[in-house]
Design a protein around this ligand. Structure first.
Ligand code: SF4
Length: 375
């Protein structure tokens, strides 16, 4: 990401933010959240059971996925693993199945690992949810797969730790409050936003403040048309005062993508389809079951993604191409039907593939294959 120096207007307004935005504003947002926050499933469960497992799971799912897609997946996951104890006992494959379709499986692998660790070390039948839970921001940060944002969210919501979250919604709200007409994800703003939000966190309800400021960004101070008339902190908003909400913030700095070519082979024999389990060291989709995958190197040459060195990767008939994005990689995959034999291949009936193919890339490839067959 490019390094950008802040202009003098932005520097001045950040100083104003540090001076003026305080716990009173934080409290206004907390109260607004308490009266106007949406009844999302994880919030209702937290109110009813006060079990951190429910909040933790929601925060992991929401990391890369929109609320609308998380709601049914959250429900399905909790039906399979109602508590951390069940999750800790599960096999990896069961966890994969329970979060299928959400992508970015690594976050669930870490969740599973952390659940096992907590149950091993802190199981206590008398404690809430069967565990003596970590309580501080630092405790949560020490668990696998937990970053700054997630540690702040869980420790503030479940354990009243005064630690502010900064996500994309919060960045936008702050840019509007401070009339910053610059990209909200400029690296230089990160530290400044942490200072400002942490000085706004009220001691009594830090979790409600965090959820309130994010909720404000999701429902009121939205990207395209902020509803300033409904905003509880309108009196403190510099961009509203100068009617420049449409200029603050400037468009985000776009991620830089790497284009990558991939060749997916769909082995077919006697009406069955062959799958392999990708290796731990695969570049993408580590350890998932899927179609044998070549990662493109240069000029149409292909480099093996795993130990399939004896296979003739060029054999097969093309059944079309698909596009897919994984983190900052734009993947173009050519799908081949092949009779080649791959080491460690396992054969499945068509009906069983839906359950086995958990990665979106493989699901898309299978869809392309069946479309081509039926056309
Ligand atoms: S007043 Fe309008 S622009 Fe300012 S924070 Fe509220 S919704 Fe956003």
């Amino acid at each position: 990401m490019q390094t950008v120096q802040l202009d003098s207007h932005s520097q001045r307004n950040l100083r104003r933010g540090k001076k003026n935005l305080n716990k009173e504003h934080g409290q206004i947002l907390s109260h607004w959240y308490q009266s106007s926050g949406r009844d999302l499933p994880w919030r209702l469960l937290w109110t009813k059971h006060q079990n951190p497992y429910h909040v933790w799971l929601s925060e992991i799912m929401l990391q890369q996925t929109v609320i609308k897609a998380v709601i049914p997946a959250y429900d399905r996951f909790l039906k399979t693993f109602p508590s951390i104890l069940e999750l800790a006992k599960a096999q990896e494959e069961q966890v994969r199945l329970a979060c299928r379709g959400l992508g970015y499986y690594r976050r669930f692998s870490f969740l599973h690992k952390a659940a096992k660790l907590l149950v091993n070390e802190y199981q206590d039948p008398k404690a809430k949810g069967g565990i003596r839970w970590p309580t501080t921001y630092a405790d949560w940060m020490a668990l696998p797969g937990i970053g700054e944002y997630t540690a702040a969210a869980i420790s503030s919501i479940c354990f009243d730790q005064p630690k502010a979250v900064v996500d994309g919604n919060v960045e936008r709200v702050l840019c509007r409050l401070l009339n910053l007409k610059i990209p909200p994800n400029l690296p230089v703003l990160k530290k400044e936003f942490k200072v400002i939000t942490n000085q706004m966190v009220p001691q009594e309800s830090p979790g409600d403040f965090n959820q309130g400021i994010m909720e404000l960004g999701q429902t009121v101070c939205t990207v395209k048309s902020p509803s300033c008339q409904e905003c509880p902190i309108k009196p403190a908003c510099l961009s509203c005062k100068t009617k420049t909400q449409h200029l603050a913030p400037a468009p985000k700095i776009k991620k830089e993508f790497t284009n990558i070519n991939v060749r997916l082979a769909i082995p077919v024999a006697k009406g069955k389809i062959g799958l392999i389990q990708r290796s731990k060291t695969a570049k993408f989709l580590k350890e998932t079951w899927g179609f044998p995958t070549y990662i493109g190197a240069e000029k149409g040459q292909f480099k093996l993604d795993q130990s399939q060195s004896k296979v003739d990767w060029k054999s097969g008939t093309s059944v079309g191409k698909i596009k897919h994005t994984i983190t900052h990689h734009k993947i173009e995959a050519e799908i081949f039907e092949t009779k080649a034999r791959y080491p460690s291949i396992k054969w499945f009936n068509h009906a069983d593939l839906e359950e086995k193919l958990l990665a979106s890339l493989d699901q898309k490839a299978w869809k392309q294959f069946t479309k081509n067959k039926n056309s």
